[in-house]
Design a protein around this ligand. Structure first.
Ligand code: ATP
Length: 798
């Protein structure tokens, strides 16, 4: 295909194609960013890109439903929910006659590749279409609907599938486009219901979407700290669930909770596959516990609204991969499916993903529930276990034997970040379920010196999952630097702390290192020490994500949406938006992708005059290309430490000066707004996972140390030798045995899993001077910001 008029294609290593994109099935937030990125990346690669309106119906009907897209046709689509090219459920496409006319329409438009963004139904349809393609072309030729030449040229159809679905019900991908935005809506609603439930001391049964898949329900339950959740994959026995909810609700009320929140997936079942209905749950709670209970069915609210930052980035990076797959496809390759596994965009056979997804539904219908969980995503089952262990007050089944129980501290260090409270809540609740004594330390390590410690109870942390900032109080004081290490060690001993969970950013990391190094001198520090990374900058080594960075990203993206709107209204205005992030460009790059920034200035690259000049040229080219009356506002993002010389004001002034009559410039410094607000659902869920793992880390490290000690004294090989060592002198504070580097670690995310990275390894992967890890996974996404802003495509001459 010829490059789009007026635009110079970027690098065309592969033959450009003519491809189309359509959205199908139920709409979701993120479909528009997906279409935008496919259109722009396709044009940048020299392709002709078509939008097919109204899903498969538009493909079957052809004509005005198949439209050539240009750079500007998708302007502003990042922030728009739903799908602007429309979607439909199309019966005709399920018939061969319908697919025949779909094939004819593609051929007549010269389109040889199709990207489909939809649910499993849509992708099943796509798969059927491709497998039939040869026979469809033969039939079109034999009935003279296409020419010989057309039949030859279009003998092969490339189909690429990507999943847009709020349900997150597709196997072979960790998360689908739209699922995270749906969770945002659900959590907002459940939080709101929570305040009225508390005020009136009511119970609420909240029904969320999910026919065969309980992902939304379960994640919402984790994120909002609901008392109970019903999902189709883990049904309770018929006739027994009634007892189970009453038991939990009663237990939580006894501890002082003023509200009861039960989340139900619309497809919830009991183990005999009878539906569990919201009304039934309500009646049970009313009749058996006398609770004033209401039912709220969230319905279509869950689909709507602007896409969250995560979905915008997911959709954008997946669409880029989808276009790459179109360019690379050959007739003998199976149709690719673009997924997202372990924090990376992946490509695998579409047919396998579809087949695997159907197996999940099949497993549920055959009552093979464990298999259903496993097939869907192994993480899902773990999350369910963690939910039960952290949100439901146990019936003693989780309790450890008394010699395994710990008394340990929790402290917040560094700048506040959303999710600190949620993580603390999980640590406290899981600890209590295990029989530990969690002790909260107020105001960072200063609080430890002052003795500001408090043993926490279940109800103390009630409602903390959606509380922003740091409820315990936090500051930047690091042991050994601002805090006297000897005094700190003394206080650890005095308060008999047998472990420490430090929640925070780079200061927490520095504290961990300092404490572990001081173990030589102070025995009371020979206890398990761990960090739960929490900072908006996401610059803690040893984790892909720290708590708070997703919330901050959403704050920035929402602010950028508002600023872009202002810039658009005043037409020719470029905003230089300053964001935080320390010496890491994470926030700037991710927010740049999610808000459609024109470019980003980050510390990893620095800023030069040449660079600013070339940015001015690019902006001029864009404004020259704009229709004079409908000119656009634009934003660029600058990290606060990108350059000492080229400050936000300086860059904006240069833009103003050099933009001449073409454009004007303003600044917006977002400041501490970026640290505030209720944690996003992803941050809450991440907090829950890390809180759980942190307690497990303390348990394992103290157990290992104790067992080694006992084994040395009586050669026991028993898994639990301490039980049999009454004759040997177990130290009074047995955990003073933790001296190995592995007993001081960061509990962080590695892909979709959790890894504990010990201090010795941490030192190797840290760029100490710049307070961040030596490498960053997100950096590969940096070029997409400029590429999707038309860098290199528009020249002042064009
Ligand atoms: P959601 O997850 O929101 O339900 P979905 O893509 O699964 O989305 P469906 O209604 O199942 O939604 O499918 C959307 C469209 O895909 C259907 O209306 C139909 O046009 C097409 N489609 C689904 N299954 C097939 C099939 N087996 N053969 C051909 N086309 C199909």
């Amino acid at each position: 295909g010829a490059p789009a008029p007026g635009h110079a294609p970027l690098d065309v290593g592969l033959t450009p194609k003519s491809f189309a994109i359509l959205t199908s099935g139920g709409d979701c937030s993120g479909m528009n960013p997906a279409v935008r990125a496919a259109v722009r990346y396709g044009i940048a690669k020299g392709c002709n890109v078509y939008g097919i309106y109204e899903g498969y119906q538009g493909l079957v009907d052809g004509g005005k439903y198949i439209r050539k897209m240009d750079w500007k046709s998708v302007r502003g689509w990042l922030s728009v929910g739903g799908t602007s090219i429309g979607t439909a459920r199309c019966m005709a496409f399920k018939t061969r006659e319908g697919r025949l006319s779909a094939a004819e329409n593609l051929v007549k438009h010269g389109i040889d590749s199709l990207i489909v963004c939809g649910g499993d139904g849509s992708l099943t349809g796509a798969d059927v279409f491709r497998s039939e393609w040869g026979s469809l072309i033969a039939e079109l030729l034999s009935t003279d609907r296409i020419t010989d030449q057309q039949a030859k040229t279009f003998s092969h159809l490339t189909i690429v599938g990507m999943v847009g679905s709020i349900d997150n019900d597709m196997a072979s991908t960790d998360i689908t486009i739209g699922a995270a935005s749906c969770l945002h809506r659900v959590c907002e609603m459940v939080d709101s219901i929570g305040t009225t439930a508390s005020s009136h001391s009511r119970a609420f049964v909240i029904e969320v979407m999910g026919r065969d898949c309980g992902w939304v329900a379960m994640m919402a339950a984790i994120a909002t700290g609901a008392d109970f959740v019903f999902i189709p994959e883990q049904p309770l026995a018929a006739g027994e669930w009634q007892e189970a909810i009453c038991d939990v609700a009663h237990r939580h009320r006894e501890m002082g909770k003023r509200k009861t929140v039960i989340i139900v997936a619309e497809g919830a079942l009991d183990s005999s596959l009878n539906p569990v209905k919201s009304e039934d749950i309500k009646n049970i709670l009313t009749e058996r516990l006398g609770l004033d209970t209401r039912v709220t069915i969230l319905g279509h609210i869950q689909r709507g609204g602007t896409p969250c930052a995560f979905d915008r980035i997911l959709a954008t990076t997946q669409s880029v991969a989808a276009v790459e797959a179109v360019l690379q496809s050959t007739p003998d390759m199976p149709s690719p499916f673009i997924g997202y596994v372990n924090n990376k965009v992946t490509s695998g056979p579409l047919m396998d993903a579809v087949a695997l997804t159907h197996q999940v539904a099949d497993a549920i219908h055959k009552k093979e529930f464990d298999r259903a969980m496993q097939l869907r995503d192994p993480q899902f089952r773990q999350d369910f276990t963690i939910y039960n262990a952290t949100s439901v007050k146990g019936n003693d089944s989780l309790l450890l034997p008394s010699h395994r129980r710990l008394r340990f501290g929790i402290v917040h260090v560094g700048a506040p970040a959303a999710g600190m409270n949620a993580a603390t809540r999980t640590v406290v609740r899981y600890a209590l379920n295990r029989g530990h004594v969690p002790v909260a330390i107020s105001n960072g390590f200063d609080g430890l010196l002052k003795g500001a410690l408090e043993e926490m109870t279940w109800i103390d942390v009630d409602g903390w999952s959606n509380l922003g900032g740091s409820h315990l109080g936090t500051n930047r004081h690091v042991p050994g630097k601002h805090i006297d290490m000897g005094m700190l060690a003394y206080q650890m001993q005095r308060y008999e702390l047998q472990g420490l969970v430090i929640v925070g950013g780079f200061e927490a990391y520095s504290s961990l290192l300092a404490l572990s190094q001081a173990r030589d001198k102070y025995p009371s520090l020979r206890v398990p020490l761990c960090v739960i990374p929490a900072t908006i900058s996401n610059n803690v080594p040893g984790t892909d994500y720290s708590l708070g960075c997703d919330t901050s990203l959403n704050m920035i993206v929402n602010a950028c949406d508002a600023i872009t709107q202002s810039a658009r209204s005043s037409r020719r205005r470029v905003f230089v938006v300053e964001v935080q992030g320390g010496r890491s460009g994470f926030l700037a790059v991710q927010a740049g992708l999610a808000s459609g920034a024109n470019t980003v200035y980050i510390p990893e690259e620095g800023v030069t005059l040449d660079r600013i000049q070339s940015d001015v040229h690019h902006l001029m080219a864009l404004y020259l290309d704009d229709d004079a009356d409908r000119s656009e506002g634009r934003i660029v993002l600058r990290n606060e430490t990108a350059s000492d010389t080229y400050t936000t004001d300086v860059i904006s002034n240069i833009f103003k000066e050099e933009g001449h009559a073409l454009f004007d410039s303003r600044t917006a410094v977002l400041g501490h707004v970026q640290q505030g607000g209720a944690p996003s659902p992803l941050d809450r869920i991440r907090a829950n996972t890390l809180g759980f793992r942190a307690v497990q880390f303390l348990e394992k490290q103290s157990k290992d140390a104790l067992n080694q000690f006992a084994a040395k004294h009586n050669n026991a090989t028993d898994d639990d030798p301490v039980l049999h060592t009454s004759s040997i002198p177990v130290p009074n504070r047995p955990i003073e045995l933790c001296t190995a580097p592995s007993s001081a670690a960061i509990v962080g995310f590695s892909g979709s899993g959790v890894r504990c990275i010990s201090v010795d390894e941490l030192i190797r992967i840290t760029d100490v001077k710049n307070r961040k890890p030596k490498s960053a996974w997100w950096y590969v996404q940096r070029p997409f910001v400029d590429l999707l802003a038309g860098r290199g495509l528009f020249t002042p001459e064009a």
